[in-house]
Ligand binder design. Sequence first.
Ligand code: NAD
Length: 359
Amino acid sequence: MSKKILILPGDGIGQEVTSSALQILEFIVDKFNLDFSTKILDVGGTAYEKFGSPIPEDVLVSAKEADAILFGAVGAPKWDSLEWDKRPEQALLTLRKELDLFANLRPAFLFNELADASSLKKGVIEDLDILIVRELTGGLYFGEPRGIDKSVTPAFGFNTMRYDADEINRIAKIAFEASQKRKNKVCSVDKANVLEVSRFWRETVTDLHNKNFSSQELSHMLADNAAMQLVIDPNQFDVILASNLFGDILSDIAATLTGSIGMLPSASLDSSFKGMYEPCHGSAPDIAQQDIANPLAMIGSLSMALKYSLGEEMVASKIDLAIKNLIKQGFRTKDISNGENYLKTSEVAQKIIENIENE
Ligand code: NAD
């Protein structure tokens, strides 16, 4: 049966980088005879201007039917003063919530040719290739009760970090399954030395490992040590499994190690590996419509969609290799160039296509 891909370019450079990914998608559909159907709809500020809502009803309906969603980016200062339910970010938040996208996958990898852009020494960062699997819909950010109480002295604020066994099992399963496509190593991060919820997290992950994934390597690490180890020796990791809070912090540390935000893709998945794929960056109004945005994070997001949601791992690896080769051949977009010689956004897809043709 035909796989459904919904494309939501959004605002600013979201539209430009999505157009590059779409060019590659059309090429691979043709070259590898893929049975995909695609639909393009407006979201964010662009949808608000046309339809009065950042996420019109047909977007939600199509998103629920889709196997994979390619999401560009939303937002711009001109919409910042809108009421909260009309703001472009609602598109993203509504989709995550309505589709129960509880698993956030963020690869952090380095092209060795770009090692000088990292804040770490070349020898430490070279060959970096980590995947952070972060629980996205539970934990401290959503736990109840929560609040601020000013009726007593001293006033206080509080949140609840809570995970049940089902929530832990489903995110751990995603981490183990993702690592099967990589180096078969999962490091689960927690604070089991001080938090009961972490002790339960560790126990549950260990049980699942023993039951279903015992051929894979599982280790546990305290979150503070994991932050330190990511900076000292990031290459010791393959897949890092973390709760919402720890994953939020660790994925930003890992992302900054690699240099440019324009290179980093991400995926948010539900329990059946359907998902939404987007670059880690925003809509970059400062460079929108100048044809200078780096579309590689969006193109990498297309590759992740092929790998995780569309059952086309071989085609995904061809795109990954083509991106690697493009960098090796010395081609750069403006953000990673010397500012003089660089490819325009609209030229990148064609170079990727040529590289796939030549593989
Ligand atoms: P941003 O990621 O859009 O931009 C940060 C900086 O990185 C800017 O200087 C930008 O020019 C640069 N940059 C980002 N992506 C790039 C790319 N692909 N190529 C080259 N340079 C790139 O973050 P921001 O400026 O804080 O936010 C701008 C708007 O985007 C805001 O409205 C914000 O709410 C929104 N935003 C949306 C998302 C999303 O849709 N997922 C995420 C973050 C921010």
